[in-house]
Structures are given as C-alpha cells and as structure tokens.
Write a protein that binds this ligand. Structure first.
Ligand SMILES: [Fe+2]
Length: 333
C-alpha cells in the first residue's frame, strides 16, 4: 500500500501550482499519483524536503521517469560536458561552481518595481522561456532540485501560467493567435533580439540548429487545456520571426505582437515566485508554463541546482516527427 500524497493547492501567493509532501522517503518508495497532481495543479509542483537526493542523485532520475517515457541523457548531445553530472548523465547542472558555467541573469533595470517589489512582468523582467522550445518535438517536463541554493531574495525561479494567461486574453487577441506559429531559436545561434537590433548578419548554422516553428496556442496533451506557448528575447528568431507569416525583425508587426503577448503572459496575477530552500524539488510542465531566473551575486555566492528533462508526450501535432536537433549523421548511425 503506497503512502498518500499530502497536496496543498495553490502555491503561496499564486493562482496555480501545488505543494506536495511525500509520505515516505524516495529511497523507500517512489510516490504514486504525481503526474496526476501535476496536471491538476496546472503544471507546477513544489516537493520540499527531498534532501536525500543530494547523496543519491539517481533518485532524481528514477523520480523523473514517473513523468514520462524518456529522460534526456546529457552525454549524447551536450558540447560542454562539464555541465552534466559526473556519474548520472541525465542530470544537467545549473551552477556557477564549475569552469565555463553560465553566469546568472543580470539584475533588471531598475532592480525593483516602483512600489519596491521584485519585477516579474515582461519587459521589465526578461529571460522568460519554456525549456528547449527550439526543438521539435519539444520536451514535456523539467525537474529542478536545489542541492545548494543561494539565500532568499536572490536566485529565485519565476513561473507564469500559460493557461491562465490564455483564458484571460481578450477575444480579438485569442482569435489572432489561434493558428499562429512562433519561430523559436536556440540561444547562441546568433538569431536573438539583441543581435537583430544591432543589425548583425546571422552566422550560418547547421540544419539541426535551425529555428523551429511552434504553435502559439498549444492544447495540453493530458488535460486538453489551451495555453500560450512563447518565449522572448534570445529564444525567438528575430530575423525570420518572431512569428511565421508576420512582418519579421525586432521592429515589425511580429515584434509588437510578441511584446504585447509576453507582457500579458507575465502579468503578476499569472505568476509564482519560488524562493528556494535546500532540498526543494520543483516539477514544471513546459507545455503550459514559462519560467525565468533571477540574479545572484556570483562573486560571493555558490549555487548548485540539478535539472532533468522528460520527453515523450508532446501531443498529436508532433506525431511521427523526426527530432529536429539530431544531426543527420547521428540519426543514421
Ligand atoms: Fe529553463
């Protein structure tokens, strides 16, 4: 007989998400019912007190497999191998503790809102994305575990609900985006907004690095609920996009619509700010949420978070598709 989940909905100061407390340690028993709890929570679960994962990282992988048939193996496609966990290659390390690690995002400008709060709404808050949307089919779910978070008020992870945002769209805007496709770019391929605004010529990229179209409105394959599916600056293509079939570039009709949609998507009433405690695990559904990270002082603070990525249920739209990000040569092997 498995222990029941203790579920608290919604997350504090948010309109979605749940806190889930497990009845038994993961090492004794894998919990039952987490995928259902995730769907009911609108795609975000906080499971606190999982410190046992730090000593046994393979538990995070085992837990990840509860959410889907495939957990990404970072040995196969990662160029910077230092970012994969030494012995558990399904774990990607989000950290400033290894050579070559990416620094945290800059502070927003200004650092606080006019009423002294943490800025969350785009464009004051930037970096909003859903994981690996530049791949087709895109992944389903991410798990993010705090081995060593930084002190509160810094290094938060912020989420916005694409379903709440979609439901609240004015009817005319809903109709406008219903069949629209966004063009999602892989950060680092030179197709982001900053490069487009600077008038740069994008570098040549390989076929498997190309930007990928994705529906702006995505029906969730489990719940059927529609949600906005969009990113912004560095994860949209600002040369041919941000939208397929609209005026491209950073100053066109597409840019204006993207800015309007992202400002709506990240309105404070659709947002949850997570202040990390060591041993916290967040599970989020990339099919219906966007998230972003906040600044911390990388000269003074060390942060180590572990992430796994689950794929395998993107919905009927992607049925039978070849993986866009796998080079032809590798696929033929
Ligand atoms: Fe992310």
């Amino acid at each position: 007989m498995s222990a029941r989940l203790d579920i608290d909905t919604p997350l504090p100061n948010a309109a979605f998400g749940s806190t889930v407390r497990l009845g038994r340690p993961l090492g004794e028993e894998m919990p039952v019912g987490l995928p259902e709890a995730l769907a009911e929570a609108g795609g975000l679960l906080l499971i606190p007190g999982l410190d046992e994962i730090t000593a046994k990282p393979e538990l995070l992988v085992k837990l990840s497999y509860l959410f889907g048939p495939e957990v990404e193996d970072y040995r196969t496609l990662l160029t910077r191998v230092t970012m994969a966990h030494e012995t558990v290659p399904e774990i990607f390390m989000v950290t400033n503790t290894v050579p070559g690690a990416r620094p945290p995002p800059a502070l927003p400008e200004p650092p606080l809102t006019a009423d002294g709060k943490l800025p969350v709404q785009y464009p004051h808050r930037k970096g909003w994305h859903t994981d690996q949307s530049y791949r087709r089919p895109p992944p389903d779910i991410s798990l993010f575990y705090a081995v060593m978070p930084v002190d509160r008020q810094r290094g938060q992870t912020i989420f916005a609900s694409g379903a709440l945002a979609y439901d609240a769209l004015p009817a005319d805007l809903k109709a406008r985006v219903e069949t629209l496709q966004g063009l999602h770019a892989q950060p680092g391929t030179g197709r982001g907004r900053t490069d487009a605004e600077a008038g740069k010529t994008p570098p040549a990229i390989l076929v498997h690095q190309r930007s990928q179209p994705q529906p702006v409105v995505r029906a969730h394959p489990v719940t059927g609920k529609k949600a906005l599916y969009l990113c912004e600056r560095s994860q949209m293509d600002w040369f041919d996009g941000p939208f397929v079939g609209m005026q491209p570039g950073p100053y066109g009709d597409g840019a204006r619509l993207l800015d309007e949609l992202m400002a709506h998507y990240t309105r404070p009433e659709f947002v949850y700010v997570h202040e990390w405690t060591q041993g916290d695990l967040l599970v989020w559904d990339n099919r219906c949420l966007v998230h972003t990270a906040t600044w911390y002082d990388t000269d003074k603070e060390k942060r180590l978070m572990w992430r796994t990525t689950v794929r395998g249920n993107p919905g009927p739209l992607y049925a039978g598709e070849k993986r866009s990000w796998v080079p032809e040569s590798a696929a033929a092997e």
